[in-house]
Design a protein around this ligand. Structure first.
Ligand code: HEC
Length: 129
């Protein structure tokens, strides 16, 4: 009976330490790029957008593959058309809407941060910078 008590006490102490362990799930910190802020970060097509295409898109959207061709060499000229870029309503640009994380279909998606960058790039004039 006594050893049971000890066991119980030890278990309680152990629970005290183990039970209070939290695994924090840090949510993705999505940047905000205000199109009306002249001091907003300038998004670079070559440094910010091309790497997104390379990591997530060129497996299919490569030269001679699925259109648009998003390979580093051809991405800008492929996208530089009203089919993909809607400069008056950037949120409606196909290059932003088709892989949008809000879509529920099976086409690959941008992460929330990548979507902010692609939209920001269009809002800043979709430059070949
Ligand atoms: C697994 C292959 C695959 C990957 C990876 C992929 N796509 Fe696609 N994408 C397709 C296919 C197939 C279509 C055509 C059918 C459709 O619209 O769903 C398409 C269509 C599109 C369209 C519309 C083209 C048009 O002219 O109508 C855009 C824009 C697009 N993808 C952008 C992207 C971007 C940006 C990425 C990377 C985030 C990406 N895709 C990743 C397969 C892929």
């Amino acid at each position: 009976m006594k050893s049971l008590k000890y066991l119980f006490t030890i278990a309680l102490i152990a629970l005290f330490f183990v039970g209070c362990k939290y695994d924090f799930i840090v949510p993705e910190e999505v940047p905000v790029i205000d199109p009306d802020d002249p001091d907003a970060e300038e998004i670079s097509f070559s440094a910010d957008i091309i790497p997104i295409f390379e990591s997530k898109c060129v497996a299919c959207h490569k030269t001679g593959g699925q259109l648009p061709d998003l390979s580093a060499a051809n991405a800008f000229s492929s996208l530089n058309s009203t089919r993909y870029i809607n400069s008056s309503t950037p949120e409606e640009s196909l290059i932003y809407t088709r892989p949008n994380p809000d879509n529920t279909d099976s086409h690959p998606k941008y992460s929330a941060t990548e979507a902010v960058y692609v939209l920001g790039w269009i809002q800043q004039g979709a430059k070949n910078n």
